[in-house]
Ligand binder design. Structure first.
Ligand code: NAP
Length: 316
């Protein structure tokens, strides 16, 4: 399908992903008068759907669960005119007129600008009990779930910056944090690693892997194996898995990414490909939180609006 220029495009702004970043971008984009279409794969919310109590989002009290929060964000965006389509985007191609997109159904469309808010998935340990006890002792976010385990015995798995950050955060809630890392030294930055190693509330066990998470209604123990020793079972109240994450970037192969695969943007959320903006967990940043994703979504929509206005200005 050949378009002469962006003016014939089907949509001004396409947003891929309907987590807090995508939903906030949809609201801001539609409110700025853009024709906005959001593609979502399942229910809106993304990883936020996993949150039982969103207790650290500013100004929301009493706390909501992730599902209710996402539904309200979506409704707000819809009320401003954003259109939601439950379809998987399977292909994105940059063209002179903007972007050509293909959908899972085989349909296709053109857009002037894109916001990628596709998020990232937590890497899993893939051990027995991890999935079964998710939300009942197993967590991937200390800031979200740590406060439920005050004074409890908590295991953290991982050896990177995130695992050290998570252990450090949890050590303010309980003196019984055990950080388990599979190698004999941390991958984390030295400053973070040193802080963890000198923290009296954190016991670090190198060359140790979690083999299994056990319990009945909730986590009660873990099975650990330290190199050269037989596996042993130990009491546990919670396991925080922090072994990296996998950004969902398969649709944007050309945009610049950092070493871990996250999309690099400027402060306006513009990626290295003109017309592509990025917000939320798929973007390279050091603090991945719902409120941060929402803020980035607002900036991305504003920047996309400025970009579209600039194209219009050039045309007249
Ligand atoms: P990361 O740097 O990739 O580290 C992942 C850690 O998990 C590594 O120690 C790795 O072990 C371990 N691991 C991976 N798969 C495992 C498995 N199956 N079983 C056991 N352990 C496993 O990931 P990250 O810590 O989430 O950080 C991601 C990015 O965000 C990094 O660029 C990081 O610098 C940045 N970040 C920065 C900050 C900060 O600056 N404060 C905080 C958080 C994140 P090996 O070491 O053996 O490979």
């Amino acid at each position: 399908m050949a378009k002469e220029n962006y003016k014939n495009n089907d949509v001004e702004l396409v947003i891929i992903g309907a987590g807090p970043a995508g939903l906030t971008a949809a609201q801001y984009g539609a409110r700025a008068g853009l024709h906005v279409v959001v593609f979502e794969q399942l229910a809106p919310g993304g990883q936020v759907l996993l949150i039982n109590e969103l207790e650290n989002y500013p100004g929301i009290a009493p706390h909501k669960n992730g599902y209710d929060f996402s539904q309200e964000l979506r409704k707000q965006a819809q009320d401003f005119g954003a259109i939601f389509v439950m379809e998987r985007v399977t292909l994105v191609r940059k063209e002179d007129y903007g972007f050509y997109l293909e959908l899972g159904s085989g349909a296709h469309l053109s857009a002037t600008a894109l916001i990628y808010a596709t998020g990232a998935k937590h890497r899993k340990l893939e051990i027995p009990g991890e999935e079964r006890f998710f939300g009942r002792g197993v967590s991937y976010c200390a800031t979200c779930d740590g406060p439920f385990f005050k004074e409890k015995k908590i295991f953290v798995a991982g050896g990177g910056d995130a695992a050290c950050d998570e252990a450090q955060y949890l050590s303010n809630l309980t003196p019984k944090v055990v950080l388990v890392h599979r190698r004999d030294k941390f991958r984390a930055q030295k400053s973070l690693a040193d802080r963890v190693l000198s923290n009296p509330n954190i016991e670090v066990r190198f060359n140790t892997v979690l083999k299994e998470i056990k319990g009945a209604q909730k986590v009660t123990s873990v099975v650990l194996e330290t190199t050269g020793q037989a596996p042993k079972e130990e009491e546990a109240d919670a396991v925080f898995v922090s072994v990296g994450s996998v950004p969902q970037t398969s649709l944007i192969p050309d945009a610049k990414k950092d070493e871990a695969g996250y999309i690099i943007t400027d402060q306006n959320m513009a990626a290295s490909v003109p017309g592509i903006f990025t917000a939320g967990d798929v973007r390279a940043s050091s603090f991945r939180q719902v409120v941060v994703a929402a803020g980035e979504g607002a900036v991305a929509a504003h920047s996309a609006s400025v970009y579209i206005d600039m194209l219009k200005g050039q045309a007249y």
